[in-house]
Design a protein around this ligand. Structure first.
Ligand SMILES: [Fe+2]
Length: 487
């Protein structure tokens, strides 16, 4: 067991007991997961014979340290989890990521580097040595991506941490032989059919610059593809790619570059909700790098569902929010207390017409986040089906409590629920050789009141019925995203 976890375990022993009845599903927001070697999982029901490979999950896992604690769900020190599927059996393993942020926290016994809602503690004298280049967390807790045969994970800064997907050992930060000076970066990169990695970074200056870049499958250099200047960049978590364009939303939760450069405040404290400046959707042509822009009412967003061409129009399906209140909803004390959410994610279709200044908006639903579509879409045509984690927006439930299939043509929903459970991102795994876009399974991490540990549900994505469950040997702290690596 690592030193961080040993100290954390001692701390957890002296912490007040978690409510083990009404809100025991909320154990996923608590520190306590251990590093474990290969451990057999109990499987109930029948796993599809073709489901062979690795499910990788990552996310925050350590929020409490002996002499201090993190404040927000997004802040926790990262852990990787691997479920190996072979011959109807499943083996679980977990390991903490060895980032600079984790090393400094381990040495000090408290948070040291600034995280999403935790301020940086670097002394001013030390900070003077790199005044115009403030340090940013490399805690790889949010998303995982592939660059050729290499696997990387990151948070919302330009640090890509390479790791080994079987042992879960941290390899180290990917060094870039280029001169890009990115301050921020979307957490979700995208890997194309050649294995090249794409992402969008943000540079600070008199104006902010969004920079689309690519890393070749076998390289480390970030090749600049296009740049868009704006007065102040919005928060950017992910982007979408159609057959011919890269699209992203300029959120109205806007970065304050001077605060990033000259204060030690937490990441989120350096953004400000600016509804007066509206929002915009930018589309970058992959053919010639040209840029188009459409205005929208002010929005906040983490995840696009898809982007595609519909005749001469571009279409962006997006999970969005009318303001940035969701950031406060996800503070750890509120989540642990089971406080109802104030913000409800909407599923919105933006139609982007040539010659129009404004996007045309259709609402397809509410209470829908962490979206998934078949990985071949929209490259092979627009997706009709999307799956996501949801809740009843009218009830404003404590947290995501159901798995939803949405018909993107009609907005019709089909849902699957475990009673009393939190249900996270439903990862879609296509059946090898299948042609239909909903032929495969969904892998859904869940934790219900009374569960001894995390239960991964294997769902039929057409009928939204449970085919099998896999019981992990411990509570896997709630993370955000997973990937499946077929054997
Ligand atoms: Fe995400």
């Amino acid at each position: 067991m690592s030193a961080v976890l040993e100290r954390t375990s001692r701390f957890a022993d002296s912490a007040p007991a978690i409510d083990s009845t009404a809100f025991s599903r909320l154990r996923g927001f608590h520190t306590g997961a251990r590093e474990m070697g290969d451990t057999v999982c109990a499987v109930h029901g029948r796993l599809p014979v073709w489901l062979q490979g690795r499910l990788l999950l990552n996310g925050p896992a350590v929020w409490e340290l002996p002499e201090g604690a993190y404040r927000h769900w997004f802040d926790g020190l990262a852990m990787w989890h691997r479920l190996q599927f072979a011959g109807g059996h499943v083996l679980y393993r977990s390991r903490l990521a060895d980032s600079q942020s984790a090393r400094l926290a381990r040495a000090a016994g408290r948070p040291v580097m600034g995280e999403f809602a935790t301020a940086d503690t670097e002394p001013w004298l030390s900070r003077l040595t790199h005044f115009f280049r403030p340090r940013a967390s490399d805690n790889p807790s949010v998303a995982m991506s592939r660059i050729g045969e290499r696997w990387v994970a990151c948070t919302q800064t330009p640090h890509l941490i390479s790791f080994e997907p079987d042992s879960l050992a941290t390899i180290g930060e990917l060094a870039h032989d280029d001169d890009l000076d990115l301050a921020l970066m979307a957490a979700h990169g995208m890997t194309d059919s050649r294995g090249d990695y794409w992402n969008i970074g943000i540079e600070f200056g008199r104006r902010c610059t969004y920079r689309l870049f690519r890393i070749a499958a076998s390289g480390t250099r970030r090749e600049s593809i296009a740049a868009i200047q704006v007065p102040r960049a919005g928060y950017l978590h992910a982007f979408a790619r159609s057959a011919s364009h890269v699209l992203f939303v300029e959120a109205a939760w806007r970065a304050q570059p001077l605060a990033f450069l000259f204060t030690r405040r937490a990441y989120a404290a350096n953004f400000r909700w600016e509804p007066g400046s509206a929002s915009a959707i930018h589309a970058i042509s992959l053919a010639d790098g040209s840029v188009q822009r459409w205005e929208t009412p002010p929005v906040m967003s983490f995840h696009p569902v898809q982007a595609f061409e519909d005749g001469r129009e571009l279409v962006l399906d997006l999970c969005d929010y009318p303001d940035a209140g969701v950031i406060d909803d996800l503070a750890l004390d509120r989540l642990r207390a089971g406080v109802r959410h104030r913000a409800a994610p909407r599923l919105t279709r933006y139609r982007l017409r040539p010659g129009c200044a404004d996007a045309q908006i259709e609402r397809l639903g509410t209470g829908f986040e962490l979206p998934q579509i078949h990985p071949s879409r929209p490259e092979q045509g627009a997706a009709r089906w999307a799956w996501g984690a949801g809740y009843d927006a009218g009830e404003r439930n404590h947290f995501l409590d159901r798995t939803v299939r949405i018909d993107l043509h009609t907005g019709d929903r089909l849902e699957w629920q475990r009673p009393g459970a939190i249900q996270l991102e439903p990862l879609f795994v296509p059946r090898p050789g299948a042609s239909d876009e909903d032929d495969g399974v969904l892998l859904v991490p869940t934790l219900a009141d009374g569960d001894a540990s995390t239960v991964i549900a294997v769902l039929d994505p057409r009928r939204m019925e449970c085919l099998a469950t896999i019981q992990a040997p411990q509570v896997v702290p709630f993370g955000f995203h997973g990937v499946f690596q077929p054997r």
